[in-house]
Design a protein around this ligand. Structure first.
Ligand SMILES: NC(=O)c1ccc[n+]([C@@H]2O[C@H](COP(=O)([O-])OP(=O)(O)OC[C@H]3O[C@@H](n4cnc5c(N)ncnc54)[C@H](OP(=O)(O)O)[C@@H]3O)[C@@H](O)[C@H]2O)c1
Length: 277
């Protein structure tokens, strides 16, 4: 299987090249400079060369706060860019895996969100990703939408930030009123790889199991790495960030459950593995 990856330099994009059990897959991974999803000429040239069987569309405008003041840029990449990739997939009969987010939900639920719950994004980033889902679904028949949450992997992420600050500061203040499921990008890449070998098109939630606040996540990172920094809880309101965030965005991998079993491990196990490496 020839598999093209957009956003190949991102946390998820990089995870695919770490997978070891993909002998039947030839990966073609691109940075935004090599394959800018807003550049239809570049897309045509690359799709014509590779003729991919499947496309993992992980490239996105992911700066949640910046999106509030750069809505056009976020929509251009996350909606128009997704349209461009979906159209190329239609033309070359490629399967499309569009990576989406827990931020499509408003966080007002009291139970983990399934694929059948109604999205209602609170911020521009979430809106643009949801519109990306819709435009992909209108164009590409062989589509899997994969929503994930609180992703970490190679590159800049929350874990690195906590470990760096833990060395520099006496205490850290971390938000304790947002609840989600931290997800190891390698686990997600493995889940996507399994899915793409099926014909089971549709929308999927793929996150590590369980839930925590950012504060609990930070405490576990510090505990596992044997640091001793004091981590104090604060509220989202105290941070006063430009973008609103869902207070509760735990995803239930319900479509996987219906298909025979949710094979994702707990967020604690995913984190432990990441830290060991
Ligand atoms: N991080 C999370 O917590 C999280 C949670 C839920 C869902 N997601 C979704 O998961 C996917 C992967 O996220 P991530 O954390 O791996 O992202 P990331 O580390 O922030 O990387 C973003 C990637 O998108 C690429 N990109 C940006 N603009 C592009 C453009 N115009 N054309 C092509 N590529 C472009 C970047 O390329 P360059 O580096 O070359 O600029 C980079 O490779 C995204 O779709 C994101 O919306 C992420």
């Amino acid at each position: 299987m020839k598999m093209l990856i957009t956003g190949g330099t991102g946390q998820l994009g990089r995870a695919f090249s770490e997978l070891t059990n993909i002998a039947d897959v030839q990966l073609f991974s691109f940075s935004s400079r090599e394959l800018n999803v807003t550049d239809t000429q570049q897309i045509r040239t690359i799709f014509n060369q590779i003729r991919p069987d499947a496309v993992i569309h992980a490239g996105a405008f992911t700066a949640v706060d910046a999106a509030e003041s750069q809505a056009d840029a976020a929509f251009k990449v996350n909606v128009t860019g997704t349209r461009n990739i979906a159209a190329a997939c239609l033309h070359y009969s490629s399967k499309l895996i569009y990576i989406s987010t827990d931020y499509v939900f408003d966080g007002k639920s009291s139970h983990p969100y399934t694929e059948f719950d109604q999205p209602n994004p609170l911020n521009i980033y979430g809106r643009s990703k949801l519109e990306g889902e819709k435009i992909a679904a209108r164009i590409c028949p062989r589509l899997y939408i994969v929503r994930t949450s609180w992703l970490y992997g190679l590159g800049h992420n929350f874990i690195h930030t906590i470990l760096k600050l833990a060395k520099e500061r006496e205490f850290l203040t971390i938000v304790n009123d947002q609840i989600g499921s931290p997800t190891n990008s390698l686990d997600l890449a493995q889940g996507i790889m399994t899915l793409v070998h099926t014909w089971d098109y549709g929308t999927y939630h793929m996150s590590n199991k369980g839930q925590c606040t950012w504060h609990e996540f930070a405490r576990e990172i510090v505990r596992l790495t044997g640091q001793s920094v004091d981590i104090r809880p604060i509220s989202t309101a105290e941070l006063a960030l430009p973008a609103a965030r869902p207070a509760y965005s735990v995803l239930r991998n319900y479509m996987l459950e219906l298909a025979g079993g949710d094979y994702f491990r707990s967020w604690q196990e995913g984190l432990q593995d990441y830290i060991k490496k």
